[in-house]
Design a binder for this molecule. Structure first.
Ligand SMILES: [Fe+2]
Ligand SMILES: [Fe+2]
Length: 291
């Protein structure tokens, strides 16, 4: 339909919104519109010139941004101030995750001619991250603080910039490695709240955030596998069957992470949650050492 907003246009509106609360609202509205069919087109072809994906999503100038090495310690949740600081860092991560999920849609969906299911999967991820942000930010208010009360580190977007030229490393680093790292640390974070008598926050993280984060890692693995297999077919025309075995997909994953991820992966891993995401040890265990 002429004049209808496309999903990529809606994604760019989210990325260009500096206010984190309005960003989450805009993201939720865009996700609902796509999932209910009131946005039906992923992108127009050709894209008009003004639809450029920003290098960094808009941020409020009032947030105090620090390099990660200068961030104050969050503590173990034994004091209210520590629990506020931990929750604040989770709220910040969710706001960054909102941008990351709309960024993969806006930056790569059309460029890589990805199927409709790719857009829908990451719209669902985006919808979850918007909900996580809103719920956790409201809980932070209940704890007597607010988003913006503590400094945040902006290093989260640096690794996204390093993979902004290619969907394959973007999927590997942000949507597999980082989402899975979130699964590793979340149970400890939940127990910090529970041990210190904040059952409400523990329950929110355990029953809403945690299960949905597993599905985000699953989306990363699914689309890494898809793109890896598709590229191997393009490079080997005429092959009747897929030329890429599962071992070859995993090997490509190792090469990609070794090239784009600084350092090595840190155990202990949450094997159970990772496996539920289809991310089995063969994908990540060899990456605990430099190859
Ligand atoms: Fe989340
Ligand atoms: Fe996530």
């Amino acid at each position: 339909m002429a004049g209808e907003q496309t999903l990529v246009e809606a994604a760019l509106q989210v990325l260009n919104e500096a206010d984190p609360f309005r960003k989450a609202k805009a993201g939720q509205a865009a996700a609902a519109a796509w999932l209910q069919g009131s946005i039906s087109t992923a992108f127009s072809d050709p894209l008009s010139g003004h639809l450029l994906v920003p290098d960094r999503p808009a941020r409020l100038p009032t947030m105090t941004l620090l390099p990660s090495r200068s961030m104050p310690k969050l503590g173990k949740g034994g004091t209210l101030r520590s629990r506020q600081a931990i929750l604040h860092s989770l709220v910040h991560t969710e706001s960054w995750a909102i941008d990351l999920s709309w960024d993969i849609i806006a930056r790569f969906g059309r460029q890589e001619a990805m199927p409709r299911e790719f857009f829908t999967d990451f719209v669902r991820v985006a919808e979850d991250e918007c909900r996580h942000f809103t719920l956790l930010a409201a809980r932070l208010d209940e704890l007597g603080s607010f988003y913006g009360a503590f400094p945040v580190h902006d290093g989260l977007w640096d690794s996204a910039i390093e993979t902004s030229h290619d969907l394959l490393p973007r999927l590997a680093i942000e949507h597999c490695v980082h989402e899975a790292r979130g699964l590793d640390v979340l149970p400890t974070t939940i127990s910090k709240f529970r041990k210190n008598g904040d059952e409400r926050t523990a329950e929110l993280l355990e029953s809403v955030v945690y299960p949905e984060e597993i599905s985000h890692c699953a989306a990363g693995v699914k689309w890494f596998r898809y793109l890896c297999t598709r590229r191997s077919k393009i490079n080997s025309p005429g092959e009747e069957i897929s030329v890429l075995t599962d071992d070859a997909v995993v090997e490509t994953f190792h090469q990609t992470v070794r090239r784009y991820f600084k350092g090595v992966l840190k155990p202990p891993f949450n094997e159970e949650a990772r496996s539920r995401a289809g991310f089995s040890p063969s994908w990540y265990e060899p990456l605990v050492t430099k190859g």
